[in-house]
Ligand binder design. Structure first.
Ligand SMILES: C[S@@+](CC[C@H](N)C(=O)[O-])C[C@H]1O[C@@H](n2cnc3c(N)ncnc32)[C@H](O)[C@@H]1O
Length: 273
């Protein structure tokens, strides 16, 4: 993320929003190295990430690694030394793609998406959303990339979970999405970040919308009451209830506020009844 002038912000009628130019606007800046640019572009061109790019708080350059492959077939994979199943991502096209990126002299933090990496979580997303350097996300394929890329180019490996997916593209998008959501202005309503799962270091509370009754299922009365204090307490309690049931491991990390202990004892007595 980088502090940057928002020179191109305009209001609905197209007038420049001059006051924004005086503000420092945070930005996630990254290059995504992939052999499937369409996968990355398809996701970037929808919804919040599309709007984040329009607002200049997300800047992504998608680089097709195959453009840096040599030979008639532009092969990016080869069989593994030592034998074994599958193919290995060749080092040369990735090194060449990195050389081309480095020509602009911009400092970069190079992340390899890998099931062997550090598990990605909300605090890492926060760290990424505050990064001053430009990121490079390298999306592996096949059995993985030639280890020399890891040794010479990569600063850190990041995993989106203890399972193996086919390529790093989905993982890169998960990281970019989670980090971008945390930049002020990415979401329409800043409260949406503050209320989400993990922001309270616990899971999110249940959400309801109209109709207030559907197929005999009623929205909890307190949410219709207009009493903001009662609504806050109900949400806090239901977030605690969900966390206790689904992710009790998170309870150790939560700094309990005064009313939380009372809410938890209420939950325990309700669940026993
Ligand atoms: C089929 S996987 C290779 C798995 C590798 N042979 C292993 O067992 O660790 C191909 C690519 O998908 C990406 N990938 C797969 N699972 C991932 C995960 N959990 N987190 C991040 N990237 C992942 C990586 O970029 C990886 O190089």
């Amino acid at each position: 993320m980088q502090a940057k002038s928002a020179g191109s912000f305009k209001n609905k009628r197209g007038y420049p929003l001059l006051f924004l130019e005086k503000l420092n606007i945070q930005q996630v800046r990254c290059d995504v190295l992939t052999i499937f640019p369409e996968i990355i572009n398809a996701y970037l061109n929808e919804s919040i990430l599309k709007r984040a790019q329009e607002k200049k708080i997300l800047d992504v350059k998608v680089v097709n690694i195959r453009d840096f492959a040599s030979g008639r077939h532009k092969a990016v994979d080869d069989s593994p030394f030592g034998g074994g199943a599958g193919m290995v991502f060749k080092p040369e096209p990735i090194f060449r793609a990195m050389d081309a990126l480095k020509e602009d002299g911009v400092p970069r933090r190079v992340v390899l998406l890998s099931p062997q990496g550090k598990p990605f979580d909300q605090s890492m997303a926060e760290d990424f959303s505050r990064e001053e350097k430009r990121f490079v996300f390298i999306c592996g394929r096949y059995e993985g990339i030639d280890e020399r890329v890891n040794i010479s180019i990569v600063d850190e490996e990041v995993s989106i979970g203890d399972y193996v997916i086919t390529g790093g593209e989905l993982a890169a998008l998960v990281v970019i999405d989670a980090a971008t959501r945390l930049i002020p202005g990415a979401l329409g309503d800043k409260n949406s970040i503050e209320d989400e799962s993990f922001s309270w270091k616990m899971l999110d509370y249940p959400h309801y919308t109209r109709p207030s009754e559907f197929r005999g299922l009623k929205v909890p009365q307190v949410l219709l009451s207009g009493n903001h204090n009662e609504i806050w307490l109900w949400r806090r309690k239901e977030a605690l209830r969900k966390t206790l049931k689904a992710r009790p491991d998170l309870m150790e990390k939560i700094e309990l506020a005064g009313e939380d202990k009372k809410l938890i004892s209420e939950i325990f007595s309700e669940e026993i009844d």
